[in-house]
Design a protein around this ligand. Structure first.
Ligand code: HEM
Length: 359
C-alpha cells in the first residue's frame, strides 16, 4: 500500500517535470528563432548547405573565388555564405556588384576585432566606415590635390635598368602572360606587338610619360587584359551593410558582410567571349582603338569604396612595363607554373625565372 502511494506521487512529479522541460524547450526555441530571423540574412537568400560554427569555410577550397563562382550555376548571382562566424552576401555578377557597391548603405567595412586593434579603431582609409570614410574620400576627391600629385610624378622619368631591377619581380607576378608564363606558347606575338607599338610611337630611346598612354592603345589593351585575367584582388575587400538594405528583392540585414566576386565579373561568358583565353585584342576595335570594353574591367573594384590608388597604379604600371619592353626582350627560363597563381590577400604568380635580353 505504501509502495503504491509512493509510485503515484513519483509519476505526478515526473509529468510536471516533463511538462516544465517541454515548455522551457519551446520558449528557448522561440527565442532562438526570433534572434535568427532578426540577425540572419541567410533566411532570404539562396546558398549551399553549411555546417554549424564553421559555416561554409571547409567547402571553399584554396581558391574561394573559383568555388563561389561555380556555385553561381546552382544558386544564382547573389548567394549567402557564412565565413566562420561572419555572415556574408556574395555577388557573382559585374553589373550587380556595380549596383550594390554604389549604394551608400552597403559602403561600410566589416567590424572585425583584429582590425579595430591594429588600425587605431579603424581610422585608416581602407578600414574606416560611416562619417570617417566619407570625410577621407572628400579629401581624396579634391581635384587640386590629385592634379598636384599627378603633375609632379608625371615629370619623373625612369632609367630602364632601374625599372628592370625594381619592377621585374612584380612584373612576373602581374604580367605572367607577357613574360612568357603559360601563354607564351599560345600567344607568342603579344610581347612583339606591344614592342612594335612602343618603338613606332616613342622610338627606341625616348622615355615614356603618362601622357603617352593615350597614344599606345595596344599597350593599354594589354594592361586591361592582364588586369582582367589576373584579377589581383579576386574577392575585392569586404563591405558591410550600414543598415537593413533591400537589394534585388533580398533583405540584407545591418552588419552583414557584402562581397563582390571580381573574378566572376571577369570570367562571365555573357560579357567576355572565351574568358579563359588571354587576348588583349578583345579591348580593341577594327581600327586598333579602344572599344570601351575596359568599362567592364573592375580589378580596382567599383562604387563608393573603389580603390583610391587606381590612377597611380595604372600610371606606374605603364611607366615600368613600357620602359622595360622598349629596351629588353623577356623570355621564360624555367618550367612555367600553373595558371592559377598563389592566393593571399592578393593573387600572385608562383615564382619562375625570366631570361632578359637587351634589344
Ligand atoms: C594593381 C594595383 C591595385 C589593385 C588591383 C587594387 C585593388 C583594390 C581593391 C579591389 C580595393 C577594394 C575596393 C572596395 O572595397 O570596393 C582597393 C581598395 C583600396 N586601395 Fe587599392 N589596388 C591597387 C593599388 C593601390 C595603390 C597603389 C594604392 C595607394 C597608393 C591603393 C590604395 C587603396 C586604398 C586606400 C583602398 C581602400 C579604399 C576604401 O576603403 O575606401 N591601392 N584596392
Amino acid at each position: 500500500m505504501q509502495v503504491t502511494s509512493y509510485t503515484g506521487s513519483n509519476s505526478a512529479t515526473m509529468i510536471v517535470w516533463t511538462l516544465a522541460v517541454f515548455l522551457l524547450f519551446l520558449s528557448l526555441l522561440k527565442i532562438v528563432q526570433k534572434k535568427l530571423s532578426a540577425s540572419d540574412t541567410s533566411k532570404s537568400l539562396p546558398g549551399p548547405w553549411k555546417l554549424p560554427l564553421v559555416g561554409h569555410l571547409p567547402f571553399l577550397g584554396f581558391f574561394p573565388h573559383e568555388t563561389i563562382f561555380k556555385w553561381k550555376e546552382k544558386y544564382g548571382p547573389i548567394i549567402f555564405i557564412q565565413f566562420g562566424s561572419y555572415p556574408a552576401v556574395v555577388i557573382n555578377d559585374g553589373a550587380l556588384i556595380k549596383a550594390a557597391f554604389n549604394m551608400p548603405s552597403l559602403a561600410g567595412r566589416p567590424k572585425i576585432k583584429l582590425l579595430d586593434e591594429t588600425t587605431l579603431n579603424r581610422s585608416g582609409f581602407a578600414t574606416s566606415d560611416g562619417p570617417i570614410a566619407k570625410e577621407l574620400r572628400i579629401v581624396d576627391d579634391d581635384d587640386g590635390y590629385r592634379r598636384f600629385v599627378e603633375d609632379n610624378v608625371e615629370s619623373a622619368t625612369l632609367p630602364p635598368l632601374l625599372a628592370l631591377t625594381v619592377f621585374l619581380p612584380k612584373l612576373a607576378d602581374w604580367f605572367p602572360e607577357l613574360t612568357g608564363y603559360k601563354q607564351r606558347i599560345d600567344y607568342p606575338e603579344v610581347q612583339e606587338k606591344a614592342v612594335e607599338e612602343i618603338h613606332t610611337t616613342l622610338g627606341t630611346n625616348g622615355f615614356p610619360r603618362y601622357s603617352d598612354r593615350a597614344n599606345l592603345p595596344y599597350c593599354e589593351a594589354l594592361f586591361q587584359e592582364t588586369l582582367r585575367k589576373t584579377t589581383v584582388v579576386p574577392l575585392s575587400l569586404p563591405h558591410r551593410a550600414l543598415e537593413d538594405t533591400k537589394f534585388q528583392g533580398y533583405l540584407i540585414k545591418k552588419d552583414t558582410m557584402v562581397m563582390g566576386n571580381l573574378y566572376a565579373a571577369h570570367n562571365d561568358p555573357k560579357v567576355w567571349t572565351d574568358p579563359e583565353s588571354f587576348n588583349p585584342e578583345r579591348f580593341l576595335d577594327s581600327n586598333g582603338k579602344l572599344n570601351n570594353m575596359e568599362a567592364f574591367v573592375m580589378s580596382f573594384s567599383t562604387g563608393k569604396r573603389k580603390c583610391i590608388g587606381e590612377n597611380l597604379a595604372r600610371n606606374q604600371m605603364f611607366l615600368f612595363v613600357v620602359s622595360i619592353l622598349q629596351n629588353y626582350r623577356l623570355e621564360a627560363a624555367t618550367q612555367l607554373p600553373s595558371g592559377r597563381g598563389v592566393l593571399g590577400l592578393t593573387q600572385a604568380c608562383e615564382s619562375f625565372q625570366v631570361r632578359v635580353y637587351r634589344r
